[in-house]
Design a protein. Structure first.
Length: 666
């Protein structure tokens, strides 16, 4: 069977590489290759595997072509000599790049640059390249973040054609725009976001009537401004998502749209797609409508303000006397919806994210956990309700759509997690998957993971174990096939609520609008069926790219902050154990490495099964979740690393090398 699969893959590769081949879509390939209807699903799977393997590519119009060999660019530090120079890449896996004098552009010694490989030199020597962009001195404000953006290939400037189009479509809402829309301007509604948010793409409203809640989730109708196949659309699709870095936001859409006519600013008429839901007192959503609407937000509120109102702040209650009763009722509904999800088994991770405060030069002033509160949970709950409602509606209509899916965890990882949790006295109930052989692996219901999270809540090891559980799960992706969302214990789920900053949301808005207007013809359905696979794959990739950029930049700023605290002693929790030492996390979420070479009191062996370092002679262990006192010994802002040592480490003797019993180098 595998041989047959490989033969079919080879056949498709040979076809697309033929110089006479004309790029075709999936359906055209099926016809050309005379694939029987019952074998179309197999063809789809083969094409997806070839895409994953990088052997073929898909154009923006959904046509399959051979994969082009691309130059590998690199971002790094330029080091000059009299007649030539070298670029030392930030990515240490890449070799230094030889730069001839005539290829150095305006690069100077110590500058951060982008280099492009030209060709490899003689065997064993550095490849040759040329400078294509000089970013600036590596210690200039913002160059650290810009280097990451360039290294990951994230577009951060809009082409002139896109900017011009954004200006042309950015216009106030007219009465003509409101024709055939549900007029909801008389309904009281608010936006609730962070204090510094500018792209406000969701508003909420709530009324209580006849023992039921009437919940409205109103989303900016970006699709009315960004037409399919326009310059704006191509740029948004290429970016896939907005990217949020410590010192900047790289938006998916120009500010004329993201902060202007599409942003649901208070007191201004805005075009929207509204999901209007009736919710009973048990949290069950009954009747609902999805409509094109025109809205007018009454107040722009922050999470902090809303939380204070919910806590009974008298000054804010008076300032927002018209909205405060609605917000209180929203908090009640939020708890009901959350409890409903919990009962079905949805997993709710509640560990804090990092909040990094910077000055105007990008210097980190403070780092602290950014806690979730009732106000943030309120918005999360309402957005989840709308996303599920919209997803199930279009699933049962059997229309082409784009879903957010989350596969079941890998059985082997769940088994490993179960064993590890046992060391802390926790039990994860693992079922055995049905099958002829036990090798089929373990099965776990999300409710078991939520019960576990409830058990560890408030314990010293909560944050560490929560992250470990999260890492044991698969990553959610976009797909035109609705296979369910494990983490939410949801059979139908999509991303509907953020079209300003996520392309998948914008994509399904177009489908929704065409359906509501009766324009989703067979031809249009075929069009969406042709493109949605490509949109899903690219959107998942750009999401991963954005997450990687945010992770790297956050580590760099944390290391930069800790440069000012070298020599200080702090409490920390062991957050990871390896053969070369253990990682410890401070209360402010900064993580650093305690190298095994600093543990001089014994000869430490790495116990991989229990994620612990064990002293061969003393039996002393360093294990996940343990609280230790560390001293900051070093920090490297460019590498994003922080080094610790135990407070008493200098009093110990012994070289601290790792035993060969672990199979690792001494």
């Amino acid at each position: 069977m595998e041989d047959l699969l490989e033969k079919r893959k080879k056949l498709i590769c040979e076809l697309v590489e033929d110089e006479k081949y004309v790029p075709m879509k999936e359906k055209e390939l099926a016809i050309f290759m005379q694939v029987k209807p019952e074998d179309r699903r197999e063809l789809k799977r083969i094409l997806e595997e070839l895409l994953e393997e990088g052997k073929i590519e898909q154009t923006k119009r959904g046509r399959y072509v051979r994969a082009e060999k691309k130059l590998l660019r690199a971002v790094g530090l330029y080091q000059s000599s009299e007649n030539f120079g070298f670029v030392v890449p930030d990515n240490k896996k890449l070799p230094d790049i030889f730069i001839p004098r005539e290829k150095k552009k305006d690069a100077y010694d110590g500058a951060k640059v982008v280099a492009e490989y030209i060709e490899s030199r003689e065997e064993g020597k550095s490849p040759e390249g040329e400078i294509i962009e000089v970013l600036g001195g590596r210690d200039e404000p913002g160059i650290d973040m810009l280097s990451v953006v360039r290294a990951l290939g994230i577009p951060d400037e809009f082409p002139e054609k896109v900017l011009n189009q954004a200006q042309r479509v950015s216009k106030p809402v007219s009465e003509t725009d409101c024709v055939m829309r549900r007029d909801l301007r008389a309904i009281r509604m608010v936006t609730i976001d962070g204090e510094d948010a500018r792209d406000l793409d969701d508003a909420v409203s709530l009324e209580e009537k006849d023992g039921r809640w009437l919940l409205g989730v109103h989303i900016a109708d970006v699709a009315d401004y960004v037409q399919e196949n326009s310059a704006l659309d191509w740029e948004a699709k290429e970016r896939g998502t907005s990217v949020y870095l410590p010192d900047r936001v790289i938006p998916m859409l120009p500010k004329e749209l993201s902060n202007g006519c599409c942003s649901l600013n208070a007191g201004e008429d805005r075009l929207a797609l509204s999901c209007l839901m009736e919710v009973d007192k048990g949290g069950t959503i009954g009747n609902y409508e999805i409509v094109e609407s025109v809205i007018r937000v009454d107040k722009r509120m922050s999470y902090t303000q809303v939380q204070k109102i919910l806590d009974g702040d008298e000054v804010l209650w008076e300032a927002y006397c018209d909205e405060a009763p609605m917000l209180t009722e929203m908090a009640k509904l939020s708890k009901v919806l959350r409890q409903k999800r919990k009962e079905r088994g949805a997993v709710d991770f509640d560990f804090p994210e990092s909040k990094i405060e910077l000055d105007e030069n990008g210097e980190p002033l403070s780092i602290h956990p950014h806690e979730r509160n009732d106000a943030t949970k309120l918005i999360e709950d309402f957005m989840l309700a709308a996303n599920e409602t919209v997803a199930q509606h279009f699933y049962w209509l059997e229309e082409p759509f784009l879903y957010r899916v989350h596969d079941n965890p890998d059985p082997e990882k769940m088994q490993q997690l179960s064993v590890f949790l046992g060391n802390f006295g926790y039990r994860l109930h693992i079922g055995r998957k049905q099958g002829k052989r036990q090798e089929n692996g373990a099965d776990v219901h999300p409710k078991q993971l939520q019960k576990l999270l409830d058990q560890i809540e408030g314990t010293p090891e909560e944050a560490m174990l929560s992250r470990l559980i999260l890492r044991s799960m698969k990553r959610a992706v976009y797909s035109p096939d609705c296979s369910g969302h494990f983490g939410l214990a949801a059979t139908h789920y999509c991303h509907f609520t953020s079209p300003i900053r996520r392309y998948p949301d914008l994509q399904i808005h177009r489908i929704i609008k065409e359906f509501l207007r009766g324009r989703l013809t067979e031809k249009r359905k075929e069009h969406y069926e042709d493109i949605l696979n490509g949109v899903a794959k690219h959107s998942s990739e750009t999401e991963r790219r954005a997450d990687e950029a945010e992770r790297i930049c956050e580590k760099m700023k944390k290391a930069q902050y800790m440069e000012k605290h070298i020599g200080e002693t702090m409490e920390a929790v062991i957050s990871g154990v390896t053969g070369w030492g253990f990682y410890a996390e401070l209360p402010n979420t900064v993580e650093g490495l305690v190298p095994v070479s600093s543990l001089r009191s014994d000869y430490f062996i790495f116990d991989e099964e229990n994620s612990a370092l064990v002293g061969e002679h003393t039996g002393k262990t360093y294990q996940l979740g343990e609280t230790v006192t560390v001293r900051v010994t070093g920090a490297n802002r460019y590498a994003g690393t922080v080094d610790f040592e135990l407070e008493e480490a200098e009093k110990r003797g012994n070289d601290g090398k790792i035993s060969t019993e672990t199979g690792r180098e001494q």
